[in-house]
Design a protein around this ligand. Structure first.
Ligand SMILES: [Zn+2]
Length: 254
């Protein structure tokens, strides 16, 4: 674009790359060689930058921390990684939203679906998924530390809403809590909607509650008493105003 005479300012605006960076690149053409093999990965550029579709990225990061995995695709010989997000079949809208956010974060690559028992795996193959989701690693997420890189924290701090939405869409829900109260000698039933997030990783729960704090949404946390999922931590958002605030950008699964 620069060689065709478009100004630094305009290239900067169109590409989301700042002008001094553009000047460095155009002065040192050897950097171009380093670009040839980066597979369009923003983290593997000579001067790494965050993904451009930050809103979709923040949402996908939430989904990934909840119900995602990154493994080598096929027999692993091609060195291509497969990002998989497991979506419950009861919520076709979420499957479509998941596909759309994957396609937005990685334009030009196809997104596929695999039917599993009770769920659909949404996936995309790319050599650089671990660059965008460095939390990837062997073993279960709750057995290892999950720490965001500074550039990821910047995105989550700037866009906490899609991050919280992604976490709720994967490992959370909006439920109607039915409560029985005695009013003037008679039993009455009241319904209170609330949001819940369940995860076995303390680190992921901390990321979720930090994002809620950032949004000024009060929450409570306890350990699930049900024996089969005893290790799971539950975070609830149940105050009326807080639920209304969450409804504005999360809502029930669909
Ligand atoms: Zn990369």
């Amino acid at each position: 674009m620069l060689d065709s005479g478009i100004s630094y300012s305009e290239v900067s605006q169109r590409m989301g790359i700042n002008r001094s960076t553009l000047r460095n690149w155009s002065r040192d053409r050897s950097l171009i060689e380093k670009y040839r093999d980066n597979g369009d990965c923003p983290r593997c550029e000579p001067l790494p930058r965050p993904p451009v579709a930050t809103d979709a990225y923040s949402y996908l990061l939430g989904l990934h921390l909840g119900d995602g995995a990154i493994n080598l695709a096929g027999d692993g010989s091609r060195g291509v990684w497969r990002l998989r997000i497991y979506c419950g079949d009861s919520w076709p809208g979420l499957i479509r939203t998941c596909e759309a956010s994957m396609a937005e974060v990685l334009p030009g690559h196809s997104v596929g679906r695999v039917r599993c028992v009770g769920c659909t795996e949404v996936y995309s193959d790319w050599k650089h998924w671990p660059c965008l989701f460095p939390q990837h690693g062997p073993g279960k997420k709750h057995d290892r530390a999950i720490v965001l890189e500074p550039w990821q924290s910047e995105i989550v701090d700037a866009l906490p809403e899609p991050f919280v939405r992604g976490l709720i869409h994967s490992d959370g829900c909006r439920i109607d809590n039915r409560v029985r109260r005695r009013v003037r000698g008679e039993w009455k039933y009241y319904e209170y909607p609330r949001y819940q997030f369940l995860n076995a990783s303390r680190d992921i729960v901390d990321l979720f509650t930090a994002a809620l704090d950032h949004l000024g949404i009060p929450w409570k946390r306890h350990v699930n008493p049900r024996p089969r999922i005893r290790d799971r931590i539950v975070v609830s958002v149940s105050r009326r105003a807080a639920v209304a605030r969450m409804d504005a950008f999360v809502g029930p699964k669909y």
